[in-house]
Design a protein around this ligand. Structure first.
Ligand code: HEC
Length: 366
């Protein structure tokens, strides 16, 4: 079949805006993997050296979060463009798998095994590309949700059971490994090994590549059956409906993103460590009231780590402090300083009187 005049320099596949999105995805994916995978395997020597090489755990975490934010912003943009194409331009959903794809898989297997001479004629996005795109959508969703839970463990524990946090951590790490491996195998093989497909950078495919990978689309193009755009006045009308929605949705989503990024609630960074000057305690423990102490114990969240009655939990504080023999001074200093993983409680969180109430309640527990 002779190539038509307009296609002598290849077939337009991706617009510059789509290629730009792809570059953002390459950037965020690569940096997220490089900063994330060593965090998952942080007990291994290679991971430790990698974290050191990247400037230490603090900078690795910050870079990881910046890239995550960029990826979410890109996803919001992608969703907007997609809605525009579907609603305003009335375009086909070229990424949704159908019966034809199942048939293509089968024909492809037969072709590769030499059972058939006929290579399947595949559509604009063939089954492999659809699978990869949908895996990316699903994977991003999982990573964003679980990543946010890990970013804000205390905020999450206020809404969901605590066990969701280690579950999110497991899912985040496992999905990361899956994504990296599938890019290295599936994506690399299909676009770099099987044939060098440069269309994401040049925007174009050659006639031969179109025939091999998108035979059905090529036939449509050559028969002049391209998907028609609606008439301009219809586009105009739909645009007038679409744009206000798009603006409102974008504002909500971007505001949500900013809120998420700036929302940081974890025991380690929100509770300020006390300076030595703030540690003097000028109250006599005799004023302590065990009933108020019991209320403060749960209201302040000591029970989250130490158990409802100070008996300890499976987690950080797996020891009992019920009936503690600590002196009031030693107790108060501990709470004000926050030993090890325990947050420090300043006077804004617990007054000196509160400490007395807590101590009296704790020391009188069994
Ligand atoms: C995030 C979990 C967590 C929270 C919340 C927490 N603690 Fe602790 N607490 C710990 C851990 C862990 C230790 C042990 C630190 C160490 O290894 O030195 C500890 C130690 C202590 C000690 C010292 C025990 C000793 O024998 O030296 C006291 C007293 C104490 N906590 C009281 C409280 C009180 C009162 C509250 C609430 C105002 C509270 N903790 C909230 C985790 C927590």
């Amino acid at each position: 079949m002779a190539k038509t005049q307009t296609h002598h320099d290849g077939y337009q596949r991706f617009k510059p805006s789509q290629r730009f999105e792809h570059i953002i995805v390459i950037l965020t994916f690569t940096v997220l993997a490089l900063t994330g995978i060593p965090q998952k395997f942080s007990s291994h020597d290679w991971a430790k050296s990698m974290i050191d090489f990247l400037g230490g755990i603090e900078s690795v975490r910050i870079v990881h979060r910046i890239m995550a934010t960029l990826l979410v912003a890109e996803s919001i943009y992608h969703g907007g463009i997609l809605s525009y194409k579907i609603y305003v331009l009335g375009q086909r959903l070229t990424m949704i798998p159908g019966i034809k794809d199942a048939r293509d898989v089968w024909d492809y297997i037969r072709y590769n095994l030499g059972w058939s001479k006929e290579h399947p004629h595949m559509p604009r996005y063939n089954f492999g590309e659809k699978a990869e795109y949908l895996a990316m959508v699903w994977g991003t969703l999982i990573m964003v949700l679980t990543g946010f839970m890990l970013w804000n463990p205390i905020g999450t524990a206020a809404i969901l059971p605590g066990a969701w946090i280690p579950a999110a951590k497991a899912a985040h790490g496992a999905e990361a490994v899956l994504a990296v491996l599938s890019i290295i195998t599936w994506h690399m093989y299909n676009v770099h090994v099987k044939m060098l497909n440069k269309s994401m950078f040049t925007g174009k495919l050659t006639h031969g590549q179109m025939k091999e990978e998108h035979g059905a689309e090529l036939a449509e193009i050559e028969a002049g059956r391209t998907w028609p755009l609606p008439p301009p006045e219809v586009i105009q009308k739909r645009r007038r409906v679409f744009l206000p929605y798009a603006v409102v949705m974008s504002i909500i989503l971007v505001a949500g993103l900013i809120y998420f990024v700036s929302f940081e609630e974890s025991a380690i960074s929100t509770v300020p460590r006390l300076s030595a000057a703030g540690e003097t305690i000028d109250v006599h423990p005799d004023i302590g009231d065990p009933v108020i102490g019991a209320q403060l114990w749960t209201a302040t969240g000591c029970d989250a780590c130490h158990g409802a009655r100070g008996e300890g939990t499976e987690g950080l504080a797996n020891f009992s402090i019920a009936g503690t023999s600590l002196s009031f001074e030693a107790f108060a200093t501990s709470v004000r300083r926050g030993p090890a993983e325990m947050p420090a409680y300043g006077k804004q969180q617990l007054s000196d009187e509160d400490l007395a109430h807590l101590w009296v309640w704790l020391t009188t527990k069994e």
